[in-house]
Ligand binder design. Structure first.
Ligand SMILES: Nc1ncnc2c1ncn2[C@@H]1O[C@H](COP(=O)(O)OP(=O)(O)O)[C@@H](O)[C@H]1O
Ligand SMILES: [Mg+2]
Length: 222
């Protein structure tokens, strides 16, 4: 479903070149729960941005659901991203002026989903993360763990082919982190494809497979 081949991304500042990704190749199959693990500066965010169609590589090929990503313009990539990828970030990235249910609804509005169907999908997504009772609350009225659950509900409401999570437990205490990981396990069991980026071995080992990254080089596990 995801295939990266020989992906390179080089940042040049003055005369310095940094190979953020150095001939990185990897496969992710439908329904897999994979973690990408590496220390700070190893290229994780660069890789996430490319997998998430937020950025394009300098060279190499990336195929997502049979689509050759490098053939598309920025606008087309935005559309692919909205349809295919559900993002979960370390800092939750909720809109503070919107309630939990409005945050979950927003990507569905962008996708042009009719109002009646939106309502049902928002309810079901909030049920999945057990936050139905907090639907009318604003982000500031929710704990960190609850905010991350809203973000997960927002990510799954669009029924994406891929859930892409960048350090989703990075801002949470260990008990709350485990609650969030339990939700990822449930989503995986329900058939979702999940890519979780982390620098934390304990979190990474909960995925079914680990892909390691160091100095922009990728090492795939079994
Ligand atoms: N926009 C940028 N400009 C210059 N260098 C960058 C930029 N983004 C990342 N880098 C460099 O690329 C390398 C990989 O960064 P990053 O992908 O953010 O790693 P990680 O997420 O694993 O911490 C680092 O050496 C970083 O300094
Ligand atoms: Mg990073």
């Amino acid at each position: 479903m995801i295939e990266l081949k020989d992906i390179c991304k080089v940042y040049t500042i003055g005369s310095e070149s940094v190979w953020a990704l150095n001939h990185a190749s990897l496969h992710i199959y439908p329904g897999e729960f994979v973690s990408i693990i590496g220390p700070s500066g190893s290229g994780k965010s660069t890789l996430m941005n490319i997998i998430g169609c937020l950025d394009v590589a300098d060279s190499g090929t990336y195929t997502l659901d049979g689509i050759a990503i490098e053939d598309y313009t920025e606008n087309e990539l935005a559309a692919i991203r909205n349809l295919k990828i559900g993002f979960v970030f370390q800092s939750f990235n909720l809109i503070s002026k919107l309630t939990a249910e409005e945050n979950v609804e927003l990507p569905l509005i962008y996708q042009g989903v009719p109002a009646k169907e939106r309502k049902g999908r928002v309810e079901r997504a909030l049920e999945r993360v057990q936050l139905q009772k907090r639907a009318k609350h604003y982000p500031t009225e929710l704990s960190g763990g609850q905010q991350q659950r809203v973000a997960i509900a927002r990510a799954i409401a669009t029924k994406p082919s891929l859930i892409l999570a960048d350090e989703p437990t990075g801002n949470l205490d260990s008990k709350t982190s485990q609650d969030i990981m339990d939700i990822f396990h449930e989503l995986h069991e329900a058939g979702n494809t999940i890519v979780l980026i982390t620098h934390d071995d304990e979190v990474a080992l909960q995925a079914s497979r680990q892909i390691r990254i160091l100095d922009g080089r990728v090492k795939e596990g079994d």
